[in-house]
Design a protein. Sequence first.
Length: 408
Amino acid sequence: MTSGRQSGGARPGPALALAVTATLVPLLALAPPALGHGRSVSYSNWTLTDTGARVEARLARIDLTRLDADAWDDAATGAYVAPRLVLLAGERPCEVVAAPVARAGEDGWLTLAWQVACPPGARAIASRLFLDVAPSHLHFARATLPDGTAAERVLSGDEPRWTLGEDGAGASLADYVALGVRHIAGGWDHLAFLLALVLLARSLLEVATVVTAFTAAHSVTLALAATGLVRPAPGTVEATIGLSIALVAAENVWLLGGRDCATPWLATAMLAALALAAALGMGTVPVAVLAGLALFARCHFGLLARSGETARLRALVAFAFGFVHGFGFAGVLAALELPRRRLLPALLGFNLGVEAGQLAVIAGAWALLVLVDRATAERGRRPLAEIGSAAICGLGLFWFVTRALGHG
């Protein structure tokens, strides 16, 4: 693999990489807002009685944009949700006796509450929410039975139904392992970050070091956030994840292009501009966070410019941003508000699933890079790294800016 320290005459690669980024970002800007959003998920709490149930459902407002529902009021949204999130008595949906009404909730989320009445018989919860527009959508249902026992289950297009009292006590360790795998498989931002980290790796040891650093960090914050000990603002976390992707990918292009002077200053200027916008009341990320990120970017590139230990610095960056990605992973579990006795197996299983999923992706990516190196001995993976890094940088910029401005 050609080292990022090589220099020489003008090369078309970095210019082409810049062109890819400049083309990709405007195209993404025309994309629907949901593209800047991560995994599509929703939640419901069911309090069952002998004659029916009280239901409370939480939907991400950004997911409603998938339905062209921008002009819908809460009543129209309730009319969409109630027939698709149902309590079944036998094979028939229970009757809605109190129509869904909106309740105050977190920013970016719509909370609906309603009641259903059921005849006696076996009960099941079924969800078809968003499956027609987001086939990978996951719905997290939590049910409290009349005897006071509670359980939870993850519903999906593959398993849209949960028979209460017959399917065990709820989600098992294996269910949470599968959830972790699904989460990383659908977490394009996390995968983009990992791919950006390994595109310039020169050995399997370097890959292992970077992935270990990332894993150690995100495991810590995943546990802290899932247990409720730390609750960072979701908008700030998601925006910073986008920045981490853009920064590492831009670093790749910068190293391959001979360490020009413009890239570090452009990164700093963009962050400073967003900090100014935040100071003027635009966006969701605090001014102090954006200013701190601008300072970090400038110092990081400055340190790289004076150091030949790019691999060691790359591992440190993976570790630092791994803390942020861990908060992103934790959002799924934290929203479930599991009791402590069920939290540990859920946390263990979910983390194992995330690790298994990301290792599978990294193994596949590394195998492809090795094949490219062997098949094109003269230039190796350099063209792929340049174009791939530029594309990832464009995605990261899109995610960062849309999330920082509150559109993702």
